[in-house]
Design a protein around this ligand. Structure first.
Ligand code: HEM
Length: 344
């Protein structure tokens, strides 16, 4: 196998660092939401970095928050200390976003000046940077949806913010895989595993759909109704599942339907991925590829267990965050598996 050049290795290490930071960012975003901290900063200054430092500054920030419905309707008895504790989560999430921007941009400029980036990769890296910036704008657009009389962020915007974070993450991860394996990507039709790779694309789409449906559960707090599994209450198909009219609003806005869809989409995905693992294990001999199938099989079981535990225990912060991390890891191992498939 071809050796990876020193330049490619340096670019790869840099992207790995960005990826770890983005992973942390997604989890921190989840914790911010799970702790009810996401609406504590009611203004957006993309270049501002300092938190309130003096008591006066803290009081001014708290007074700003008090003008918005979340305080007025849900948190009227909140003290300044209580405000500080929710503020720090949202602040850290925003600052980490800016740090990621710098950690991406500065080495990128350096690598460009030293001509260390291999031909064809620069446009991809530029797209990553632009998408990262747009992700920040989308985050603020999401927060704004909760700064209104109903102080909850829109489930549509939350899911869009989550999905685009995961797509950026996947884009960087795939680029890292390409750099790590110097052998060129073989075209679908030329490969003896074309059918497998086509099926794998459908699986990625299903993982993404399950993730988006999870975003809807999170956005609507639909994980707090029917904390039983597999039945919802005492029924497999609970009452009220089609209560909204027109019918197409149910999967988007009806808490019962949203929870129902997520749990059964996830279970179907689980069964498909376990079958995928079992068939892949017996079909391919290459140890690396076998390992990648095994990772998918293991990770989907972990994720199902985490999802069910999150539901049964009524979404504790730790489990909610682990379940979100599990979704990212499942997506990562599936990409790893598909990348390995593209090399045989
Ligand atoms: C293997 C497949 C699964 C994937 C990929 C997945 C993914 C996700 C994602 C991405 C979220 C949103 C997290 C957030 O924005 O904070 C979520 C939320 C949730 N999921 Fe899953 N999930 C899976 C399986 C399950 C299962 C089997 C259950 C339970 C039966 C479940 C129950 C929940 C609950 C209750 C929430 C809401 C948590 C909250 O409010 O933070 N999930 N899921």
């Amino acid at each position: 196998m071809q050796e990876i050049s020193n330049n490619d290795r340096a670019v790869m290490r840099w992207l790995q660092l960005c990826l770890v930071l983005i992973f942390t960012m997604v989890i921190l975003g989840g914790v911010t939401r799970l702790t009810g901290s996401g609406l504590s900063m009611v203004t957006w200054h993309p270049t501002g970095v300092l938190p309130p430092l003096t008591t006066e500054q803290w009081l001014a920030e708290f007074q700003l928050y008090q003008q918005f419905p979340e305080y007025q309707k849900l948190n009227r008895d909140m003290s300044l200390d209580g405000f500080k504790s929710i503020f720090w989560f949202e602040y850290s999430h925003r600052m980490l976003g800016r740090l990621i921007g710098l950690v991406f941009l500065l080495p990128f400029v350096y690598f460009c000046l030293r001509k260390m980036i291999k031909p064809g990769l620069t446009p991809r890296l530029l797209v990553m940077f632009v998408l990262g910036g747009l992700q920040g704008v989308l985050g603020w657009y999401m927060v704004k949806s909760g700064l209104v009389s109903n102080p909850h962020v829109s489930q549509y915007r939350l899911s869009a913010h989550l999905l685009s974070a995961i797509l950026i993450y996947g884009f960087i991860l795939w680029t890292i895989f390409n750099l790590a394996v110097a052998k060129p990507y073989c075209r679908l039709a030329e490969s003896r595993v074309a059918a497998w790779r086509k099926a794998s694309l459908a699986l990625v789409a299903l993982v993404l759909l399950t993730i988006v449906s999870g975003g809807f559960v999170a956005g609507l707090k639909a994980g707090l109704i029917y904390n039983t599994f597999p039945l919802m209450g005492s029924k497999l198909i609970p009452e009220g599942i089609g209560a909204l009219s027109p019918w197409y609003l149910n999967p988007l806005e009806n808490l019962v339907t949203v929870q129902f869809d997520h749990r059964w989409l996830a279970v179907s995905l689980g069964l498909l991925l376990i079958t995928w693992y079992l068939r892949g294990r017996s079909r391919f001999d290459e140890p690396g590829l076998q390992r990648s199938f095994k990772l998918v099989g293991m990770m989907v079981i972990v994720q199902l267990v985490l999802g069910i535990a999150t539901l049964l225990l009524q979404v504790p912060v730790l489990l909610g965050a682990l379940h979100q991390a599990g979704a990212l890891l499942l997506f990562s191992v599936l990409l790893f598996n598909i990348h390995a498939l593209s090399r045989v």
